[in-house]
Design a protein around this ligand. Structure first.
Ligand code: HXC
Length: 260
């Protein structure tokens, strides 16, 4: 399938990749781009051949934000009645398979927010993150105030969002927003693929269960979250792969997953 603003591929067994590709606008996230992204993610999500998804941009830009030129003339009533930006959250709410963001270059505003919606965030040391909306007379609108605050704490998030100052990939990794910052673009893409392949080597049932329970920690109080985890953990005893994985351990063999 061919898209206008993104590219898709399956670079390794079990790995689906979406590359944001709107180079002339540094991957500014216009509504048609998000529509294509949601289509591609939906297809990978229901594809038997994909276990994990990589979301990336170019070396220069993951995404320089929501499309400012599209937003400039928007009115309150238009934004409100069309639920402007709501469709962005499909990435965070509709995709059961883990998504790894590989961020190089600019990840600003909506670009930073999109990266933060992903399940694992990898970046280059020189990546340029930020929530600069305040400079445009507005505020983050795709979860930035919530996800950045959960990741780095209130005081730092408040400072970043109120000043609009950007921060580096080194900062992102130090603060725990990114799982890792790589020294170069090549190292980022290689490291991302390696992690994706590691994950794709496991049972899909466990992969999806693991993602589900970790994400619950962001929504539920601890006690409810622990209980939720236990229920899903119990449920996984109903899978073939739990039997296969534990039997293989006992027999010192490599597990051959059925994904059932
Ligand atoms: C629309 C954008 C854009 C954006 C860049 N472009 N960012 N178009 N929306 N967010 C376009 C430029 O207009 C320009 O088009 C081309 O991409 C190249 O950009 P330059 O500015 O010439 O590149 P450079 O000098 O290298 O500067 C890179 C940059 C700068 C620092 C990233 O482009 C920039 O500050 N962009 C805006 C970043 C931002 O404020 N993002 C937050 C947006 S608000 P032309 O046609 O002139 O060549 C937001 C709200 C989120 O995201 C809330 C809801 C999701």
């Amino acid at each position: 399938r061919s898209y206008e603003y993104i590219q898709t591929s399956e670079p390794k067994p079990g790995v689906g990749q979406v590359t944001l590709h709107r180079p002339k606008a540094l991957n500014a996230l216009c509504t048609p781009l998000i529509t294509e992204l949601n289509q591609a993610l939906g297809e990978f999500n229901s594809s038997d051949s994909v276990s994990v998804i990589i979301l990336t941009g170019s070396e220069k830009a993951f995404a320089a934000g929501a499309d400012i030129k599209e937003m400039a003339p928007l009115t309150f009533s238009k934004a409100y009645t069309t639920s402007f930006i709501e469709s962005w959250s499909q990435l965070a709410t509709q995709v059961k398979k883990p998504i790894i963001a590989a961020v190089s270059g600019h990840a600003l505003g909506g670009g930073c927010e999109l990266a933060m919606m992903c399940d694992i965030l990898y970046c280059t040391e020189s990546a340029n993150f930020g929530q600069p909306e305040i400079k445009l007379g507005t505020i983050p609108g795709a979860g930035g105030s919530q996800r950045l605050t959960r990741a780095v704490g209130k005081s730092k998030a408040m400072e970043l969002i109120l000043t609009g100052k950007s921060f580096s990939g080194v900062d992102a990794a130090q603060w725990g927003l990114a799982a890792k910052a790589f020294p170069s673009y090549e190292a980022l893409m290689e490291g991302t693929m390696k992690t994706a392949e590691t994950i794709a080597g496991y049972s899909k049932v466990a992969i999806i269960g693991a993602k589900e329970v970790v994400n619950k920690s962001q929504d539920l109080p601890l006690r409810d979250g622990v209980e939720y985890e236990r229920r899903v953990f119990h449920g996984i005893f109903g899978s073939q792969d739990q039997k296969i994985g534990m039997k293989a351990f006992a027999e010192k063999k490599k597990a051959e997953w059925t994904h059932e």
